[in-house]
Design a protein around this ligand. Structure first.
Ligand code: FAD
Length: 395
């Protein structure tokens, strides 16, 4: 195999997970190829970040406070009951709301500047691995390597090859969303000043309301319940926006910046996240309903875990060991399961009413919820999280 088609690691997908994993591996000194089916900049939904991703951004040598709107926390609102609760982030890390096309391109180009070899508009169509090597086939040619990383997002190619994607049906079913250019007035000025995400409860599910730089707003409705009116797409979004006093006031005199888009096929877990000479990270490892904005955080965190563990394997020549990621798998399960259980409670119990709106009365619980909403999922002393994991937490 000629040298320019042999790499230590071949990464499929240049979203946040793939670019992060590739960059960290190049920092360790490996020859890494990243293959992206599309071309940056490309649109992507998922704009609200979590503070605990900041240390990973620091490892990548990216200051995400530059060029993005600072996110102060998360506010949950039930307009019918006139109740709301704000969870401010207060730890040592800060976070932002991002325009994903710009953010993802920045992560990708940052990797290239550190030595990642990148091919765009070259999708992976097959991957075969054995004890000796991996063989990766794309739309253009074949490559050999020591290891393969699946970071293809919800395309989750390894999960599909291995038929190991398990849908989680109890959470949100699909999202319908649009971007707006807001009018400059006192109400919108306050929104951009605070920068927090607003989660507004709706009859069908919930709205995200994410302020971005340049007076732009991302609004999406995540639908969980049947829609008796049988509305679809734009009509569905408009109908429920008009029922929300908060969204109506924010959108007064606004202009739409995009067409209404829909994303379906929601939450799932990939039950086979690694195997002989391959591992999955980001959405390719599992995807959760976005109510607590955990997607990009998990993408960065799983990419970091895979890169660090793979370095241990490659540097000792044990990367073909099928158990290479066993330890990280437990860590992943703790984080994913904690977030999943919190999301499940969001939909199926009165967690928002009984806990979030009552949080002022229980400062310790409030702080523990804030820690989870920040992505601080691996401390030993969060009793709220322990209650979730042990099934004791009811609401
Ligand atoms: C409606 C909705 C709202 C969301 N809101 C939020 C939010 O507010 N905050 C948040 O953190 N997350 C949110 N998310 C989740 C977030 O978007 C994802 O978790 C995140 O993008 C995962 O990053 P990734 O790198 O794993 O995958 P992606 O960002 O999807 O990147 C995967 C890349 O792989 C490429 N690819 C696919 N197939 C192939 C192939 N065969 N070969 C080569 N390349 C391939 C794709 O083109 C893409 O560039 C939301 C998701 C949805 C659906």
């Amino acid at each position: 195999m000629p040298k320019n088609t042999f790499f230590d690691v071949i990464v499929a997908g240049a979203g946040p997970a793939g670019s992060t994993c590739a960059t960290l591996l190049v920092q360790y000194g490996y020859r890494v190829l990243i293959l992206e089916k599309n071309r940056h900049p490309r649109f992507h939904i998922g704009e609200s970040m979590l503070p605990m991703a900041e240390p990973i951004m620091q490892r990548l040598k990216i200051n995400w406070n530059e060029g993005n709107l600072r996110k102060g926390g998360a506010k949950f609102m039930d307009e019918q009951q006139g109740k709301s609760s704000y969870f401010p982030f207060q730890g040592k890390y800060s976070t932002v709301q991002v325009e994903r096309s710009v953010f993802d391109q920045r992560l990708f180009e940052n990797g290239i500047s550190q030595g990642v070899v990148a091919h765009q508009q070259e999708g992976v169509i097959d991957m075969q691995s054995d004890a000796e090597k991996v063989l990766v086939k794309t739309s253009k040619r074949s490559y050999e390597g020591r290891y393969f990383i699946d970071a293809t997002g919800r395309s989750a190619i390894m999960g599909r090859f291995k038929q190991s994607l398990e849908p989680i049906k109890t959470l949100g079913k699909f999202a319908v969303y649009q971007h707006y250019q807001l009018d400059d007035n006192l109400i919108t000025a306050e929104l951009f000043h605070n920068g927090h995400i607003e989660i507004i409860l709706s009859e069908l599910g919930w709205f995200w309301c994410i302020p971005l730089t340049k007076q732009r707003l991302s609004i999406g409705l995540v639908v969980q319940k049947e829609n008796q009116l049988n509305l679809k797409g734009e009509k569905l979004l408009d109908y429920y926006i008009k029922k929300s006093p908060r969204l109506t006031e924010l959108l007064a005199n606004s202009k739409t910046l995009s067409k209404v888009a829909v994303e379906a096929d929601f939450s799932y877990l990939n039950t086979q996240r690694y195997g002989v000479r391959y591992a999955c990270c980001g959405d390719a490892a599992g995807f959760l309903d976005p109510v607590f904005s955990s997607g990009v955080f998990f993408a960065l965190k799983t990419a970091e875990m895979v890169a660090d563990q793979l370095h241990a394997g490659l540097s000792s020549g044990t990367e073909a060991n099928i158990n290479l990621h066993d330890k990280d798998n437990k860590t992943y399960q703790t984080g994913f399961q904690s977030m999943y259980l919190m999301i499940k409670r969001f939909y199926s119990s009165n967690m928002v009413d009984n806990l979030f709106f009552e949080a002022e009365r229980a400062p310790q619980v409030k702080n523990e919820v804030i820690a989870l909403l920040a992505g601080d999922l691996w401390t030993k002393n969060n009793t709220f999280q322990q209650g979730l994991l042990s099934g004791r937490q009811s609401f």
